[in-house]
Design a protein around this ligand. Structure first.
Ligand code: M6R
Length: 593
């Protein structure tokens, strides 16, 4: 995880670094720091989010070179000592790091026996010292970086300053993203384009094992074979990186309220003039495959459950759905001609990158469903489909989930040219709008009850169960309430033992096939004291239900009514006084395994 920024020759390095790190907070925010050269290396760092840096940094920074970091702790707790940048023992080199060094214990031993001391628990301090060790031996930074990359195992994107090079910022990367922004009279680097888009729209992407430096005038890159390479510049649209709250108090609320627009945009992107617009090769590949493996993490895994069920029920294709980190260590490729669908909002999730590396060793085609064009995963797959959901800033994924489900439904529709899916999706837009305009107060009342409890259950069957999983994840993620999603039919096989007086149980009933069984489940939990809140569709509703929406196609719960679950989690978190957009211990983009 972690986000890094760097600049050479920029007019206001302080602002670039701090504002840039604020844009990268989705990668972690437990501590932050900045380093620059002002005759000597100066470091300012502390626990807390990047905004806090304004309190500790000097009002003006007179430096040509600056680096900055926002952290999600892996090695060592969030503390000032463990915050980046880390400086080498002889204070020649300071660096910021995104990634994990797997052999840092051996490397630390190697350095300890050579007189090095360590002041943090991080793997990053080892890199700073090892680089200094090689630099003091070779007196040449580029040579030292070659020696460094030969020793490091694991993942790293590094931005490095060296006291002897006041006009250069060095960089090195493997398996963690690093982008160079090309300016006029200055150059920038960052983990993604967002910190740089106010300064440039021209970027250079670094590949694994690339290293080099930026100065005011130059971008110098060497590749894996240590050959100097001319990297081509890519132009990125700057619009998609806007973090404007547009008057909303939180990104999560703004993003929930965008769901209807997102679904409309998806439909019009992938279906026009009575035709699906997916790549024909992709549809052919999917049709020809005899087994589809879906991989995802967290929310994206929940979307994959929907996708898998759709492909099975509507397209008669057998599927398996896996949590990526589970599949990665015991991968299986059922069937004669398997195909893999990877789902990732960010396109940067390390567990999925691990899976993709395994898949790339086989002759298996892949599709990535993502919200992030040009992401690490999209560079390694056969096909990419974009969610076009607009940047999602809140750590809790909302509009991206609804978009993932909607896109999977469209794709399933396209395989057999089933146009009803499009009409069904259009119907959900009305339901989403209705919820937005009519239910927020009622949901807040439910939130008032939920916030007083330590445990909550969600119940559903089939597509409503998949939504329950997502609803439950959302609640625990931002309100720190323990919650579990249980398929209605499983209650009696154990979980019902947990039902006690007053326990809130939230139930989704939108599938005509399972509605009466779900009503039976409600009686079972009610008779054991549960406080039940039912969300149902008109045709399946009862007077006592808490929220009733218009009928929609049962398989689109994840699109039509996911906002109910998201609003509920949002209001509970808000009422408990938590940081809705930045829940503790989490990061938006999970770039470590
Ligand atoms: O970017 P990805 O979709 O690959 O991220 C996967 C999960 O880390 C993510 O969905 C996570 O579960 C969300 N924070 C949940 O709201």
């Amino acid at each position: 995880m972690c986000g890094i920024v760097g600049a050479v020759g920029i007019q206001n390095p302080r602002e670039y670094a701090v504002e840039g790190l604020k844009m990268l907070e989705y990668r972690g925010y437990d501590s932050a720091g900045v380093g620059f050269l002002d005759g000597r290396i100066k470091l300012y760092k502390d626990v807390g989010s990047p905004s806090h840096l304004y309190d500790i940094l000097p009002a003006k920074i007179n430096s040509n070179v600056i680096i900055g970091h926002t952290r999600w702790a892996t090695h060592g707790k969030p503390s000032k000592e463990n915050s980046h940048p880390h400086i080498s023992m002889y204070k020649k080199i300071a660096l910021v790091h995104n990634g994990v060094i797997e052999n840092f214990v051996e490397l630390r031993e190697f350095l300890t026996t050579r007189g090095y001391c360590f002041y943090s628990q991080t793997d990053t301090e080892v890199i700073a010292n090892l680089l200094e060790y090689f630099y003091l031996e070779s007196k040449d930074m580029l040579k030292a970086m070659v020696l460094l990359k030969e020793k490091l195992e694991g993942s790293y994107a590094l931005a490095i300053v060296n006291e002897d090079y006041p006009d250069r910022l060095f960089m090195l990367k493997k398996a963690s993203p690093l982008l160079v922004g090309k300016g006029k009279g200055f150059n920038l680097i960052a983990s993604d384009a967002s910190p740089m888009v106010n300064y440039t729209n021209e970027f250079v992407e670094l590949d694994d094992f690339d290293y080099g430096y930026i100065s005011k005038e130059e971008i110098v890159v060497f590749n894996k074979e240590n050959k100097k390479v001319d990297k081509k510049t890519i132009i990125k649209s700057t619009e998609s990186f806007s973090h404007d709250l547009k008057g909303y108090p939180h990104y999560m609320l703004k993003e929930i309220e965008e769901i209807d627009e997102v679904v409309k945009r998806l439909v019009s992107t992938y279906y026009q003039d009575d035709k699906y617009l997916f790549d024909k090769e992709l549809i052919k590949d999917l049709k020809e495959s005899d087994h589809i493996i879906f991989l995802g993490c967290g929310t994206s895994y929940h979307a994959s459950l929907v996708g898998g069920r759709l492909f099975e029920n509507f397209n008669n294709i057998s599927t398996t759905k896996y949590i990526a980190s589970e599949w990665a260590f015991h991968p299986t490729f059922p069937g004669e001609k398997p195909f893999v669908v990877l789902i990732s909002q960010s396109g940067e999730t390390a567990d999925l990158i691990h899976c993709l590396k395994i898949i790339q060793e086989k002759d298996v085609h892949t599709l990535l469903i993502t919200n992030t064009a040009g992401s690490t995963l999209s560079r390694g797959v056969t096909y990419t489909l974009l969610l076009h959901a607009g940047v999602e800033v809140s750590v809790a994924s909302t509009k991206a989930y609804a978009a993932q489900v909607a896109l999977l439904a469209l794709l399933s529709g396209a395989i057999d040219d089933n146009k009803k899916v499009v009409d069904d999706l259009k119907d959900t837009i009305k339901v989403i709008e209705y919820i937005k305009n009519n239910f927020k107060e009622r949901i807040q009342k439910i939130a008032d009850v939920i916030k007083e409890h330590q445990n909550v259950f969600y119940l559903g069957r089939s597509f409503d169960y998949f939504l329950s999983l997502e609803a439950s994840l959302k609640l625990k993620e931002i309100s720190y309430i323990h919650s579990e999603a249980i398929p209605g039919g499983e209650l009696k096989h154990g979980p019902i033992a947990l039902i006690s007086q007053g326990l809130p149980v939230i139930v989704f009933i939108t599938d005509p096939l399972t509605a009466s069984s779900m009503r039976g489940n409600i009686e079972e939990v009610k008779s054991r004291g549960a406080n039940v809140f039912v969300i149902s569709t008109k045709e399946l509703s009862k007077e006592s239900d808490s929220l009733v929406v218009d009928n929609y196609a049962y398989y689109l719960s994840g699109v039509a009514i996911s906002s109910v679950a998201f609003y509920l989690a949002y209001y509970v978190s808000l009422k408990k006084g938590y940081n809705v957009d930045k829940p503790r211990n989490l990061a938006k983009s999970v770039t470590v395994e």
